[in-house]
Design a protein around this ligand. Structure first.
Ligand SMILES: [Zn+2]
Ligand SMILES: [Zn+2]
Length: 372
């Protein structure tokens, strides 16, 4: 069937709203009528061509919520009409080695699916999307949210109860799990440990809340805008550092009795910033890298710097277990312990997608969403 979608035809140029064709869902796939899509920096890097692996024309958007429209063969988890969020994180198969040892995040079955030609790998041409017969690519190879409908494998879905607003569910599916999940699963913060969160967008504010939830003290937010640092305080930061005004490494040392931070959560892209974040660590400190712009290389680091026991960890979508952790986080949201709605500072229609991206790039917002 025909639908409206935001198509990127040229990197760094305005995105155009076009009529494209979406096929019926195949085996194991679900067609979702999109309700809300968060504007994530991953999309921003993608539409600017900074991932290095994307091809065009493409439809981006991966922080998605919506309503199940049609299900393909052998889909068991959802039925038409169900409210869902779609996440890059997948539910585990429950049967492979990693699922059996409780690490569904590394599920092998999902990984094999990911590189199957019909789903296109990380950035493949989609089987189910075309413009006048020409296949369209998707940033993630798995679904494309900036459109009226998207097709996705059912393991990317998590059902959402009717009391949860669709825009809240969308932001939860990437920004919140990436930040909040990382503090629990990757940083593994313990009470009284100090935590520095660099970047206070949607992911950073979620990491701040996660650090506070884990019992961190102090919770130090670093950004270059005072307005965002003020917001960071309302999300649980106990101290803030404007790195455009003061040396953030020295400021962290002063706030941690000269020892450095036990944890640094780096939510922004750029290897130079990660170098700064690493210098904030105490001996045995742990930095978790959450944000990145496609391919970043570690040649700024010397091996000897790790000898005091400092370490760097990666994090994919906060390392969460999709259908276990999303309901848990929604319970926290319901009781006010996880703030999501206050993060959403801009709402746009699909036609306003270029404004939404321009606003996200400018950086003075917390999280923008596109509502369909
Ligand atoms: Zn994202
Ligand atoms: Zn598995």
């Amino acid at each position: 069937m025909k639908m409206k979608a935001a198509v990127v035809n040229e990197f760094g140029k305005p995105i155009s709203i076009e009529e494209v064709t979406i096929e019926p869902p195949g085996e194991g796939e679900v067609r979702v009528r999109v309700a809300a899509v968060g504007v994530c920096h991953t999309d921003l890097h993608g539409v600017k061509g900074e991932h290095g692996s994307s091809e065009l024309p493409a439809i981006f958007g991966h922080e998605v919520s919506g309503f199940v429209d049609e299900v393909g063969k052998n889909v068991t988890y959802v039925k038409p009409g169900d409210r869902v969020l779609i996440s890059l994180m997948k539910a585990g198969c429950g049967e492979c080695f990693y699922c059996q040892v409780g690490q569904a995040v590394h599920c092998v079955k999902n990984k094999i699916r990911r590189v199957r030609p019909e789903t296109g790998g990380l950035a493949g041409p989609s089987r189910c999307l075309n413009k006048d017969g020409m296949r369209l690519w998707q940033l993630t190879g798995t679904y494309a949210g900036f459109a009226e409908y998207t097709i996705v494998r059912e393991e990317h879905l998590c059902k959402v109860d009717p009391d949860i607003p669709m825009e809240t569910a969308a932001v939860l599916s990437c920004a919140v799990i990436s930040g909040f999940g990382a503090t629990i699963n990757r940083s593994q913060i313990k009470p009284f440990e100090s935590a520095v969160i660099v970047g206070t967008g949607g992911v950073g504010l979620s990491a701040i809340q996660g650090a506070a939830f884990c019992g961190a003290h102090p919770v130090i937010a670093v950004d270059i805008l005072d307005s965002k640092l003020e917001a960071a305080r309302s999300f649980g930061a106990t101290h803030t550092i404007n790195s455009a005004k003061v040396d953030p490494i020295q400021a962290v040392m002063e706030l941690t009795d000269g020892r450095g931070a036990d944890h640094v959560l780096m939510t922004v892209a750029g290897i130079k910033l990660k170098r700064v974040g690493f210098a904030m660590l105490s001996v045995r400190g742990r930095m978790v890298m959450i944000g990145h712009a496609g391919r970043e290389y570690m040649n700024e680091f010397e091996v000897t710097e790790f000898m005091g026991g400092r370490s760097i960890f990666g994090s994919a979508m906060g390392g969460i277990n999709l259908r276990v952790d999303i309901p848990r986080m929604l319970d926290l949201y319901r009781t006010g312990r996880l703030k999501i709605d206050k993060m959403i500072t801009g709402r746009y229609s699909l036609e306003q997608i270029n404004e939404a991206f321009a606003s996200t790039e400018k950086g003075d917002v917390l999280r923008n969403v596109v509502l369909l």
